[in-house]
Design a protein around this ligand. Structure first.
Ligand code: 6PG
Length: 473
């Protein structure tokens, strides 16, 4: 029997779906898992497919053509180290190991260095799109040696999502670059989701829209500049009833958001590198706050605020929220791309922002019409320092900033928390402020710690003797 072109290690949902996608695209695919039942089902569920189930690692290694291309689809963390330890001695120089999980990029940095010294090519690949994306076309963000990319390019291009015939995959950069870009994708995903959640809160608790009306509003938004996968699924969610109770599913779901950590990593990294990402941070913190359910219940009986009741014409408010959502989204993406600019320099990733936006247009969770403009902005001006100052986006910000203010004011007056909207507006106002009150911060630092300051009117470093020494004695 001829050898398989590609192998999957880990036949959970994502590994299995990617294998089926690859097979559908004409490749012979081997699969191995420590769970024998998963291997059995890989072999028996679709007997006519060009799949090679392998019950042992040596069978798996033997089944693959050289250089071997093996993708690990296992949970991020120690399991990846264990999987590498289990297979690396069986690999030969030039073989290729790919990590397709949501791995924290410093782990990919470490592993690629270790494996490189042993002659094994390592590709950390961000894969986005969930189960359906994996089966029908995900967005893929591979990083590693450029020559390694050439070895997987035809296969990845075949299985990835397509937008206007262009595959949603491309080489991100060396070492951990692929997983870094996927981490930023997830940070932005958190921001988008939180902004949508706050829009929902304003429309539902504030304006009193029913789920049916919310379905219609989001469906309409999905036909304009907000058109995106997340807006589309949001519209769907509002229309879904629970078959047992007949109630709307969204009303039955506990209001505690979970997280696996990728959004938090983005915030942590932004603090490490000194990049402002307040909207992404607000999204992470909103999830954390949501998890304080019991404390919130107690506090709701102790701490008071206005009762949400927006008294403005619904049509006006709905349009304001739509425009504010678009403007805040621009702010959030500006933050994510701003962080990547610093990281690209710090880690020598040489990221191509236009290419990243191009890949994100399809297959992934944040896929959106808006990303066409983001791609154009960064392709036309590779040195663009902030998305908000691109001509097209600046025009949109100038047109919608007023509505963003109205929405933040509306939220505040109605006691509706809007951490993401507020932070986006404050980011916008801070970024466009020629003068910020940091002069006072500097004066305070100099006052209590003699930390010195720089002056506007002359070069150099200065210190003021704030306390008269003779008085303080
Ligand atoms: C994707 C998603 C996917 C997943 C994350 C987020 O791009 O397909 O980002 O990777 O949804 O794990 O999960 P949390 O919300 O649990 O952090």
């Amino acid at each position: 029997m001829y050898k398989a072109n590609f192998g999957f290690m880990g036949l959970g949902v994502m590994g299995y779906m990617l294998a089926l996608n690859m097979e559908r695209n004409g490749f012979r695919v081997a699969g191995y898992d420590v769970d024998a039942e998963k291997v059995r089902s890989f072999g028996t569920k679709y007997p006519d497919k060009n799949l090679v189930p392998c019950t042992t690692l040596s069978e798996f290694i033997d089944a693959l053509e050289r250089p071997r291309r093996i993708m690990m689809m296992v949970p991020a963390g120690k399991v990846v180290d264990d999987a590498i330890a289990g297979i690396k001695d069986a690999l030969e120089i030039g073989d290729l190991l790919i990590d397709g999980g949501n791995t924290h990029f410093p782990d990919t940095e470490r592993r690629s260095k270790e494996l490189d010294s042993q002659g094994i090519i390592y590709i950390g690949t961000g894969v986005s799109g969930g189960e359906q994306g994996a089966l029908w076309g995900p967005a893929m963000m591979p990083g590693g040696q450029p020559e390694a990319w050439e070895l997987v390019k035809p296969i990845f291009e075949a299985i990835s999502a397509k937008v206007n015939g262009e595959p949603c995959v491309g080489y991100m950069g060396p070492r951990g670059a692929g997983h870094y870009v996927k981490m930023i994708h997830n940070g932005i995903e958190y921001g988008d989701m939180q902004l949508i959640a706050e829009a929902y809160d304003l429309l539902h608790r504030g304006l009193g829209l029913s789920n049916r009306q919310l379905h219609e509003v989001f469906d309409e938004w999905n036909h304009g500049e907000l058109e995106s996968y997340l807006i589309e699924i949001t519209a769907d969610i509002f229309a879904r009833q629970d078959p047992e109770t007949g109630q709307d599913v969204v009303d039955l779901i506990l209001d505690e958001a979970k997280q696996k950590g990728t959004g938090k990593w983005t915030s942590q990294n932004s603090l490490d590198l000194g990049a402002p990402t307040p909207t992404i941070n607000a999204a992470v913190e909103s999830r954390i706050l949501s998890a304080y359910k019991e404390e919130r219940i107690r506090a709701s009986k102790i701490l008071f605020g206005p009762r949400p009741a927006i008294k403005v014409k619904p049509k006006i408010v709905i349009d304001q929220i739509r425009n504010a959502l678009y403007a805040a989204k621009i702010c959030s993406y500006a933050q994510g791309f701003g962080l990547m600019r610093l990281a690209s320099k710090e880690y020598e990733y040489h990221l191509n922002y236009g290419e990243i936006a191009r890949i994100w247009r399809g297959g992934c969770i944040i896929q959106a019409r808006f990303l066409n403009d983001v791609r154009d902005a960064f392709s036309q001006n590779t040195g663009l320092t902030n998305l908000m100052i691109d001509e097209k986006f600046a025009k949109a910000m100038n047109a919608h900033q007023g509505d963003m203010r109205e929405v933040v004011a509306l939220a505040s007056r109605n006691g509706i928390p809007a951490l993401a909207f507020s932070s986006a507006l404050a980011y916008y106002d801070a970024y466009r402020s020629e003068r910020l009150p940091a002069n006072l911060t500097q004066a305070q630092r100099d006052y209590f710690g003699a930390h010195t300051y720089r002056r506007l009117d002359r070069e150099g470093t200065f210190h003021t003797q704030w306390v008269d020494q003779s008085e303080s004695e």
